[in-house]
Design a protein around this ligand. Structure first.
Ligand SMILES: *Cc1c(COP(=O)(O)O)cnc(C)c1O
Length: 382
């Protein structure tokens, strides 16, 4: 029996759409630039073991994970591509990077020294140098870049595969940070050029690709857009939809005023109402912050008709006001679209006061999962 065989809610993940999104992003790039794929956090919650091979089949040969563990898991799936690990090597990890042929990011002078020592002991993967141009987390800030330029022996014997940086505000094209980071990145590349020779470079995440060709450099690193999130939030989503979540009504109940619905009695019906219970809750990634929003209220959709979430989202269930829907169209077993179609991930995220990234990576483990590949649906684990 597949996992969660009796689950009434189904999470469908369209691998064909992920492959199409990867190709569409690749086609947007300036001539000579290519694109990788970011598959950290279990491919944004969608299942690394299914998503990574689908991207590989689409032609992707450049993958990024956040952690060493994720890199090792991915190497077992994909023997012949570059896998780069954002966190870079911590003390004691260099051997494991090499054993699994994982490419480290070097994100500060300490990691450069660590990899330098490791490389001097034998063959090692060519590392990636990360520059910080405005995130103030990983990467060399300008003063450390200056130090590298002044002390090039720190890089002696290291063949840097490429130099990268990460954008802070790419989904806001009008934000001045974009130009500021672009020029700081170019300045860093310029000052490092005599030390590094002909290294490639990488700046854009999903939204960065849409900022224009001067952000493309040699390699882009999209994640979110591959999985159907809108990289251009103020414009129509150019990506294909990937995720669909469909629940089913468990029970419908008539409620007369002045009764309340759910924990905290936070919602009182103001008219004779039909309240439908759907067994999907915050333990499944339907965030509690989507409860009782006064504006931009979260809804389930029944045959395209919105039914607002009333009362608090609980661990296992939500309650929908289906009073406006004819009873024969809202009864136990009736499908309810929670994500997808009229209500994409980004919409649920807005209703819950967050971003699509958090919705995707929170999707729970209790759904029946279906993967769509080559037009066929396969139910089961990734
Ligand atoms: C997560 C991440 C990406 C991908 O960003 P998206 O906005 O999902 O496209 C790219 N680069 C780095 C360094 C990241 O951490």
């Amino acid at each position: 029996m597949p996992p969660n065989a009796f689950a009434s809610a189904q999470l469908s993940i369209d691998l064909d759409a992920i492959a199409a999104n990867w190709r569409a992003l690749a086609a947007r790039l300036k001539a000579g630039a290519h694109t990788g794929a970011v598959v950290k956090a279990d491919a944004y919650g969608l299942g690394l073991a299914a998503v990574a091979p689908a991207l590989h089949n689409a032609g992707c040969r450049e993958f990024f994970t956040a952690s060493l563990d994720e890199g090792i898991e991915l190497r077992a799936l994909l023997p012949d591509c570059r896998i780069s690990v954002f966190f870079g090597p911590q003390p004691g990890e260099a051997e494991d990077f090499s054993r699994h042929r994982l490419t480290p990011l070097l994100t500060d002078l300490g990691q450069i020294e660590l990899w330098h020592t490791h490389t001097s002991r034998g063959a090692a993967e060519n590392p990636i140098l990360q520059i910080d141009t405005g995130m103030s987390r990983l990467g060399l800030p300008p003063e450390e870049v200056a130090r590298l330029v002044a002390e090039p022996e720190r890089l002696a014997g290291l063949d840097i595969a490429f130099v990268m940086s990460h954008l802070a505000c790419a989904e806001q094209p009008e934000h001045p940070m974009n130009e500021a980071q672009l020029s700081e990145f170019k300045a860093a590349l310029g000052s490092l050029a005599p030390v590094l020779g002909a290294a490639e470079s990488s700046l854009a995440n999903s939204s960065g690709i849409f900022l224009g060709p001067e952000f493309h450099f040699d390699l882009s690193r999209p994640g979110a857009a591959l999985y159907g999130l809108n990289p251009t939030p103020k414009k129509t989503n150019p990506m294909s939809e990937v995720v669909r979540l469909q629940g089913k009504i468990l029970q419908v109940r008539h409620v007369d005023p002045p009764r309340s619905v759910g924990y905290g009695a936070s919602h009182y019906v103001t008219r004779p109402s039909q309240i439908a219970t759907v067994p999907v809750g915050y333990a499944d990634g339907y965030l509690r912050s989507a409860s009782n929003q006064a504006t931009n209220q979260a809804c389930g959709y029944i045959e395209g008709v919105p039914a607002p979430v009333v009362g608090r989202v609980s661990m296992d269930m939500i309650t929908l006001d289906v009073t406006e829907i004819p009873p024969e169209h809202a009864q136990p077993g009736t499908p309810v679209d929670l994500i997808g179609g009229p209500h994409p991930v980004d919409s649920l995220a807005a209703e819950a006061g967050t971003i699509g990234y958090e919705i995707l990576t929170s999707l729970g483990r209790r759904y029946r999962r279906a993967y769509i590949e080559n037009g066929r649906e396969r139910v089961g684990a990734p």
